[in-house]
Write a protein that binds this ligand. Structure first.
Ligand code: HEM
Ligand SMILES: *[C@@H]1O[C@H](CO)[C@@H](O)[C@H](O)[C@H]1NC(C)=O
Ligand SMILES: *[C@@H]1O[C@H](CO)[C@@H](O)[C@H](O)[C@H]1NC(C)=O
Length: 171
């Protein structure tokens, strides 16, 4: 028998708007005190097969050359009976991040997540300063989604903006 794809789990109904494919129409912006500013495109696929979690795949690429850039895969979960969200990701730079926070209940359209656990594998990019903290804020505005991503590293110990992107839901 083939695997069944079931309806969206009831725990995720409050975040049903998040399911789908989100893409940057205009190049997104990357920056950090230690690097030259850069642009990129990004696509986020958020899917469900009925389990109490979303599957999360983000892939970015260079806007001129199309060459793949940062990627992250993981799961997004809501703790039952709360507005607490857990985003567990593995990125291709060799870092696992556990990012937790609240779905803001004043509108259910804003997710503000801070890392509470980071694990760097032995395959982490050796030229990058070690990641110590992350914060990401997703804000929905109709069919648009804005992301601001902050991080701290050993060299830059305060949370500092690294990414700013605006996505549109395309599917
Ligand atoms: C679309 C997503 C992203 C893109 C396109 C991107 C791109 C880049 C680029 C181009 C650099 C500079 C590399 C260099 O010149 O050496 C960089 C540095 C870095 N990125 Fe990202 N990045 C993305 C997301 C992330 C995320 C989600 C994290 C953390 C979980 C992250 C962590 C870092 C770190 C730690 C550095 C090194 C900074 C330093 O050494 O001071 N990046 N990123
Ligand atoms: C993301 O979704 C789009 C369309 O909805 C699809 O074309 C693409 O293959 C998906 N990417 C991944 C990695 O699943
Ligand atoms: C946000 O979601 C909660 C839980 O489903 C719900 O009780 C509340 O009414 C929602 N708030 C808004 C503004 O939709």
């Amino acid at each position: 028998m083939e695997m069944k794809v079931l309806q969206l789990h009831e725990l995720l109904h409050v975040l049903a708007w998040l399911e789908g494919t989100w893409i940057t129409d205009e190049p997104a912006m990357g920056m950090y005190p230690t690097i030259k500013p850069f642009n990129y495109y990004d696509q986020i696929n958020i899917t469900s097969i009925g389990q109490p979690m979303f599957n999360y795949i983000a892939q970015s690429w260079h806007p001129d050359s199309g060459i793949p850039m940062h990627r992250e895969n993981g799961f997004l979960q809501i703790l039952p009976g709360t507005n607490k969200v857990v985003l567990s990701l593995i990125g291709n730079i060799g870092a696992f991040t556990v990012e937790q926070g609240d779905l803001m209940s004043n509108d259910n359209n804003t997710l503000d997540l801070n890392s509470n656990n980071i694990l760097l594998t032995d395959a982490t990019v050796p030229t990058f300063s070690p990641l110590t903290k992350t914060r990401r804020v997703y804000k929905r505005n109709g069919d648009n989604l804005e992301l601001i991503f902050y991080m701290a590293t050993a060299k830059t110990p305060e949370l500092t903006e690294h990414l700013r992107a605006k996505y549109r839901k395309v599917a």
